[in-house]
Design a protein around this ligand. Structure first.
Ligand SMILES: [Fe+2]
Ligand SMILES: [Fe+2]
Length: 148
Protein backbone atom coordinates (compact mmCIF):
# COMPACT_ATOMS: atom_id res chain seq x y z
CA UNK A 1 0.00 0.00 0.00
CA UNK A 2 1.39 3.42 -0.96
CA UNK A 3 0.76 6.88 0.45
CA UNK A 4 -2.13 8.51 -1.38
CA UNK A 5 -2.27 12.17 -2.38
CA UNK A 6 -5.52 14.07 -2.12
CA UNK A 7 -7.23 14.39 -5.47
CA UNK A 8 -10.16 16.54 -6.54
CA UNK A 9 -12.08 13.34 -7.39
CA UNK A 10 -12.15 12.51 -3.67
CA UNK A 11 -14.20 15.60 -2.87
CA UNK A 12 -17.75 15.35 -1.53
CA UNK A 13 -18.41 19.01 -2.30
CA UNK A 14 -18.76 19.76 1.43
CA UNK A 15 -15.67 21.61 2.65
CA UNK A 16 -15.89 20.44 6.28
CA UNK A 17 -16.18 16.78 5.27
CA UNK A 18 -13.39 17.06 2.74
CA UNK A 19 -11.12 18.63 5.37
CA UNK A 20 -11.87 15.66 7.66
CA UNK A 21 -11.23 13.18 4.87
CA UNK A 22 -7.88 14.83 4.14
CA UNK A 23 -7.02 14.38 7.80
CA UNK A 24 -7.92 10.70 7.51
CA UNK A 25 -5.57 10.36 4.53
CA UNK A 26 -2.76 12.06 6.40
CA UNK A 27 -3.18 9.63 9.32
CA UNK A 28 -3.06 6.70 6.92
CA UNK A 29 -0.07 8.13 5.08
CA UNK A 30 1.69 8.85 8.37
CA UNK A 31 1.47 5.19 9.34
CA UNK A 32 2.60 4.05 5.89
CA UNK A 33 5.56 6.40 5.88
CA UNK A 34 6.56 5.42 9.42
CA UNK A 35 6.38 1.81 8.37
CA UNK A 36 8.58 2.54 5.37
CA UNK A 37 11.19 3.97 7.74
CA UNK A 38 10.94 0.93 10.03
CA UNK A 39 9.06 2.90 12.70
CA UNK A 40 5.56 1.57 12.05
CA UNK A 41 5.35 -0.40 15.30
CA UNK A 42 6.33 2.64 17.35
CA UNK A 43 3.61 4.92 16.03
CA UNK A 44 0.92 2.26 15.59
CA UNK A 45 -0.95 2.74 18.87
CA UNK A 46 -0.86 6.50 18.63
CA UNK A 47 -2.21 6.42 15.06
CA UNK A 48 -4.96 4.03 16.11
CA UNK A 49 -5.96 6.36 18.95
CA UNK A 50 -5.99 9.28 16.52
CA UNK A 51 -8.12 7.30 14.06
CA UNK A 52 -10.69 6.54 16.77
CA UNK A 53 -10.78 10.16 17.96
CA UNK A 54 -11.07 11.33 14.36
CA UNK A 55 -13.94 8.93 13.66
CA UNK A 56 -15.90 9.99 16.73
CA UNK A 57 -15.84 13.64 15.68
CA UNK A 58 -16.10 13.17 11.93
CA UNK A 59 -18.89 10.63 11.91
CA UNK A 60 -20.99 12.77 14.26
CA UNK A 61 -20.47 15.73 11.92
CA UNK A 62 -21.52 13.70 8.89
CA UNK A 63 -24.54 12.24 10.67
CA UNK A 64 -25.73 15.70 11.72
CA UNK A 65 -25.70 16.56 8.01
CA UNK A 66 -27.80 13.48 7.24
CA UNK A 67 -30.41 14.74 9.68
CA UNK A 68 -30.31 18.30 8.39
CA UNK A 69 -30.70 17.20 4.78
CA UNK A 70 -33.18 14.35 5.22
CA UNK A 71 -30.73 11.90 3.63
CA UNK A 72 -32.72 8.75 2.75
CA UNK A 73 -29.73 6.37 3.09
CA UNK A 74 -28.84 7.68 6.56
CA UNK A 75 -29.63 4.47 8.47
CA UNK A 76 -27.41 2.32 6.26
CA UNK A 77 -24.61 4.87 6.37
CA UNK A 78 -24.84 5.24 10.16
CA UNK A 79 -24.65 1.44 10.54
CA UNK A 80 -21.51 1.45 8.42
CA UNK A 81 -19.99 4.16 10.64
CA UNK A 82 -20.76 2.11 13.73
CA UNK A 83 -19.11 -0.98 12.20
CA UNK A 84 -15.95 0.91 11.22
CA UNK A 85 -15.59 2.52 14.62
CA UNK A 86 -16.19 -0.84 16.34
CA UNK A 87 -13.47 -2.41 14.19
CA UNK A 88 -11.00 0.31 15.18
CA UNK A 89 -11.88 -0.04 18.87
CA UNK A 90 -11.61 -3.78 18.60
CA UNK A 91 -8.06 -3.50 17.23
CA UNK A 92 -7.19 -1.26 20.18
CA UNK A 93 -8.05 -4.17 22.49
CA UNK A 94 -5.72 -6.60 20.73
CA UNK A 95 -2.83 -6.19 23.12
CA UNK A 96 -1.75 -9.77 22.70
CA UNK A 97 -1.50 -9.54 18.94
CA UNK A 98 1.94 -9.51 17.38
CA UNK A 99 2.77 -5.91 16.38
CA UNK A 100 3.42 -6.74 12.76
CA UNK A 101 0.07 -8.46 12.41
CA UNK A 102 -1.62 -5.60 14.20
CA UNK A 103 0.04 -3.07 11.88
CA UNK A 104 -1.21 -4.99 8.86
CA UNK A 105 -4.69 -5.17 10.36
CA UNK A 106 -4.78 -1.41 11.02
CA UNK A 107 -3.52 -0.64 7.51
CA UNK A 108 -6.15 -3.02 6.14
CA UNK A 109 -8.83 -1.16 8.07
CA UNK A 110 -7.60 2.19 6.73
CA UNK A 111 -7.65 0.82 3.19
CA UNK A 112 -11.16 -0.57 3.55
CA UNK A 113 -12.40 2.63 5.21
CA UNK A 114 -10.98 4.79 2.44
CA UNK A 115 -12.04 2.73 -0.58
CA UNK A 116 -15.26 1.12 0.61
CA UNK A 117 -16.60 3.86 2.80
CA UNK A 118 -15.25 7.32 1.99
CA UNK A 119 -14.97 6.82 -1.76
CA UNK A 120 -18.31 5.02 -1.97
CA UNK A 121 -20.77 5.99 0.77
CA UNK A 122 -19.44 9.47 1.55
CA UNK A 123 -19.22 10.46 -2.11
CA UNK A 124 -22.74 9.13 -2.59
CA UNK A 125 -23.88 11.45 0.20
CA UNK A 126 -22.06 14.33 -1.52
CA UNK A 127 -23.92 13.57 -4.76
CA UNK A 128 -27.21 13.52 -2.88
CA UNK A 129 -26.49 16.93 -1.36
CA UNK A 130 -25.50 18.36 -4.73
CA UNK A 131 -28.70 17.09 -6.33
CA UNK A 132 -30.82 18.30 -3.43
CA UNK A 133 -29.30 21.79 -3.44
CA UNK A 134 -31.98 24.47 -3.32
CA UNK A 135 -32.97 25.90 -6.68
CA UNK A 136 -31.33 29.31 -7.09
CA UNK A 137 -33.72 32.17 -6.45
CA UNK A 138 -34.91 34.15 -9.45
CA UNK A 139 -32.89 37.27 -10.08
CA UNK A 140 -34.37 40.51 -8.77
CA UNK A 141 -34.05 41.90 -12.29
CA UNK A 142 -36.85 39.66 -13.49
CA UNK A 143 -40.18 41.46 -13.17
CA UNK A 144 -43.63 40.13 -13.69
CA UNK A 145 -46.03 42.25 -15.61
CA UNK A 146 -49.25 42.20 -13.60
CA UNK A 147 -51.02 44.89 -15.62
CA UNK A 148 -52.67 42.49 -18.09
FE1 LIG B 1 -19.44 8.32 6.22
FE1 LIG C 1 -16.74 10.59 5.99
Amino acid sequence: MRPLEWDVRFGTGVAALDADHREFLSLQNGLLEARGRGRGHRVLHQVLEQLIAWAEVHQAREEAMFDASGYPAAARHRAEHARLLASARNLRQRHAMDLERLTRAVLGLFDHWWKRHILEHDLEFGRYLAAAAPVPTVSADVTVDATV
